[in-house]
Design a protein around this ligand. Structure first.
Ligand SMILES: Nc1ncnc2c1ncn2[C@@H]1O[C@H](COP(=O)(O)OP(=O)(O)OP(=O)(O)O)[C@@H](O)[C@H]1O
Ligand SMILES: [Mg+2]
Length: 323
């Protein structure tokens, strides 16, 4: 069991209307069906009501929804393209849909840990796990029911050197320690630093899905091409079988660059491009500044990350990019 963090996410549940939208059931039907799983399907905190993740899980499972059992990493060698934002919001929304999620922050900048309210240079991080000072279970912190985090800090900056100097197989430096706790979670969501580092190679070796966020600028596109090539090389070198999913973020339909680069991506990478994409939204920065998540608001950020989450979870297929 992970140790509990002091910080908790406010209003961490799925609203009845969001559940109704996913399942296409009327509110009355939902309330009646949910009563089988809990006498009080709605919880109320700060005068808001919704369904807690555990009940959502039981309910959706009864309807035949299945939770993937996967490691999903967010990678891109170009900085600032929304890796952390996307890892955070995908993991949180998946948890609200009932998935048991472990976040792993492998960027020494520790932005993901910060977004989840964990800022402490003394906490054990991945380098301590690699050096066998602690286990994954000991390093994991419970953020919410169903959301754990193995945080990062500047202490992880020596990770690559430790891996290169160690006699152990560096390619297994993520997959091997995870073996002992994988069965506790549905999704292991990994945020990475923008580089083709040794630790990122180990992340790729552990991943079932690599999500590559891209922005509407030329440098982002160049980074994507290089990253795709590198992943292909790793695939053949280590005999891997992961899916690459490109996630278009910071899209602004009023900008020519956004429209052109999105069209280019559809043409060049259609099979890897996620159908859902993320629009530019001030809510992303506001939510981080205010220390809350985006899913209790009705903003484009919520709508877009909800669609991305459902697409990655395989929960529904009825959305397409309209240009
Ligand atoms: N859809 C969006 N609309 C507006 N701003 C966004 C959006 N997505 C991310 N941002 C902002 O862009 C900046 C970079 O995002 P983020 O930190 O997620 O990128 P990153 O790829 O993780 O960066 P790094 O490579 O430094 O780790 C942040 O300030 C974030 O708030
Ligand atoms: Mg980041």
């Amino acid at each position: 069991m992970a140790q509990a963090a002091n910080h908790h996410l406010q209003d961490f549940f799925l609203s009845l209307s969001d559940l109704s939208e996913l399942t296409q059931k009327s509110m009355d039907q939902l309330v009646s069906e949910l009563s089988q799983f809990s006498e009080l399907p709605s919880v109320s905190r700060n005068n808001k009501s919704g369904v807690p993740p555990k009940i959502v899980r039981q309910y959706l499972s009864s309807l035949g929804y299945r939770y993937p059992h996967q490691v999903v990493s967010f990678q891109m060698l170009k900085g600032g393209v929304s890796k952390t934002t996307s890892a955070l919001n995908f993991g949180l929304r998946a948890a609200q849909y009932g998935a048991r999620v472990l976040f792993i922050d492998l960027d020494q900048q520790a932005n993901l840990s910060f977004c989840l309210g964990v800022e402490d240079e003394n906490l054990p991080v991945w380098v301590d796990i690699v050096e066998k000072k602690v286990s994954c279970e000991q390093a994991a912190i419970q953020i919410e029911d169903g959301v754990d985090l193995i945080p990062s800090s500047l202490n992880n900056s020596v990770l690559d050197r430790v891996l290169l100097n160690s006699q152990r197989n560096f390619a297994q430096a993520v997959a091997q320690p995870l073996k002992s706790i994988k069965s506790f979670y549905d999704l292991i969501v990994i945020d990475t630093a923008p580089s083709l580092s040794v630790i990122n190679t180990a992340v790729t070796c552990a991943s079932a899905v690599v999500v590559l966020p891209i922005n509407p600028d030329k440098f982002s596109l160049l980074g994507l091409v290089k990253n795709m090539q590198d992943l292909e090389e790793l695939k053949s070198e280590f005999n891997l079988d992961f899916a690459k999913k490109i996630l278009f973020t910071k899209f602004d339909g009023r900008e020519t660059a956004s429209r052109e680069i999105l069209s280019h991506c559809i043409e060049k990478f259609e099979s890897s491009l996620l159908k859902s994409y993320i629009r530019t939204s001030s809510e992303i920065k506001n939510s981080i500044r205010e220390g809350r998540h985006i899913f209790s608001t009705k903003t484009s950020a919520k709508i877009d990350y909800d669609l991305v989450t459902c697409e990655l979870l395989g929960f529904r297929r009825d959305h397409a990019i309209d240009q």
